[in-house]
Design a protein around this ligand. Structure first.
Ligand code: PLP
Length: 382
């Protein structure tokens, strides 16, 4: 049975979210979830753990078949084993993809605000970060195509985050098609981080960039079971490249970098996730949609000056507190003093002073507790 309401203590489990803060602080920060994963995944891991030898491993045929079937069923496109590169995480894969493509390149275009490691993987490849800011209109974001068209040229790479962290925006089919056409015109590679694509909160349709490879082949997609099924600690993800020549060249490059696949338990968990946990995922999404509705209602009713961003995906709320006229770092500190840890908006973009990111993948009681503390914070400073 799925019980997203069950509060399970994560203290003293080496949790990066819970064990690096004081005991009296509730974290709504790092993007992992605070409820149990599916029973099927737990069962598969326990079964595997019972075999007392944990030696070297590899992604077997069942791993690839599970990924191929999930990709077809959920995202609607066909792949074969050679289109998939098993990896230990999305961020390290992005770093290497940029490194692999970094010949006669001078910069990487990103739509901001964006997940902060995007800035790091570009910087660590000694490339310029070219910001294509999303335009905030009321409480939602739009793509600035005119600016994008002026920024893109053959020396760029385009790094997309779809669904978008932290805004929760899902790019439409038409928007992605426009982006692909622009990239094609300038012969630019597009890297698409789709790690949040299974966590949909409404009827919006997620479209993978891999749906456009019939128009243009220079597309690399990054996906993972980490967010969808609460498996971030198992360090297992996939790189999906439909162009077999590019896939083969990138695989060869990665081998030269001693890049490895996910670990034994990650590989086991992915199969149980993709083959046996779809119903769990749907229940989780309903639960998360309700948590998001609670956040919206709480602020609209009690503190309408807070801008709750309209989001269709992810369990990360992007909240505009700029009416308080308080720098992000101070907001984060003040909230911490009151007992709530959030992520300060500035880490996602220079123009995000006044924003906070709130992870709502937790039991409802915990969320309500956090909202109450945030309310106290607003009362104190408004
Ligand atoms: C957009 C995005 N990409 C990648 C990651 C992290 O992926 P991984 O842990 O596989 O490196 C996150 C985690 O929050 C994320 O939000």
């Amino acid at each position: 049975m799925n019980n997203f309401n069950q509060q399970i203590s994560r203290r003293n489990t080496s949790s990066a979210k819970w064990d690096l803060i004081d005991d009296d602080v509730l974290p709504f920060s790092i993007a992992d979830n605070d409820y149990a994963t599916s029973e099927a995944i737990v069962k598969a891991l326990v079964e595997r753990a019972k075999h007392p030898i944990y030696g070297y491993t590899f992604p077997d045929d069942d791993y690839f078949k599970s990924t191929i079937n999930w990709t077809k069923r959920r995202y609607g496109y066909d792949i074969v084993k050679d289109n998939i590169i098993a990896a230990t995480g999305v961020v390290i894969s992005l770093f290497h993809a940029i490194k692999f493509l970094n010949k006669d390149i001078d910069g990487v275009i990103v739509q901001t605000p964006v997940y902060n490691p995007f800035y790091m993987v570009i910087r660590d490849n000694n490339l310029n970060i070219i910001e294509n800011p999303l335009i905030r209109i009321n409480n939602h974001y739009e793509i600035d195509f005119a600016l994008l068209a002026s920024q893109i040229d053959r020396k760029k790479i385009l790094l997309l985050c779809n669904p978008q962290n932290p805004t929760g925006r899902v790019h439409t089919y038409e928007e992605l098609k426009r982006i692909v056409e622009l990239a094609k015109k300038h012969n630019v590679f597009i890297l698409s981080d789709e790690v949040h694509c299974d966590i949909m909160l409404d009827d919006s349709k997620f479209t993978s960039l891999n749906m456009f490879t019939h128009i243009y082949n220079k597309i690399i997609v990054f996906n993972s079971v980490s967010k969808s099924f609460g498996l971030a600690g198992l360090k297992t993800s996939n790189i999906i490249i439909r162009d077999l020549k590019i896939a083969s060249e990138f695989r060869e490059y990665l081998q030269g970098q001693h890049f490895s696949c996910g670990n034994l338990f990650g590989l086991t968990a992915l199969k149980a996730a993709y083959n046996e946990s779809e119903a769990w995922l749907e229940s989780q999404n309903k639960y998360l949609a309700n948590n998001y509705a609670i956040i919206k209602e709480y602020f609209n009713k009690n503190y309408p000056a807070v801008g709750v961003t309209d989001q269709s995906a992810t369990y990360l709320a992007w909240l505009d507190f700029s009416f308080l006229k308080m720098p992000c770092a101070k907001m984060q500190d003040e909230l911490l003093k009151l007992g709530v840890m959030v992520n300060d908006g500035k880490r996602y973009g220079e123009n995000c002073n006044g924003f906070i990111r709130l992870n709502f993948a937790c039991p409802e009681v915990q969320l309500r507790q956090g909202l109450k503390i945030i309310g106290t914070f607003i009362d104190k400073h408004k």
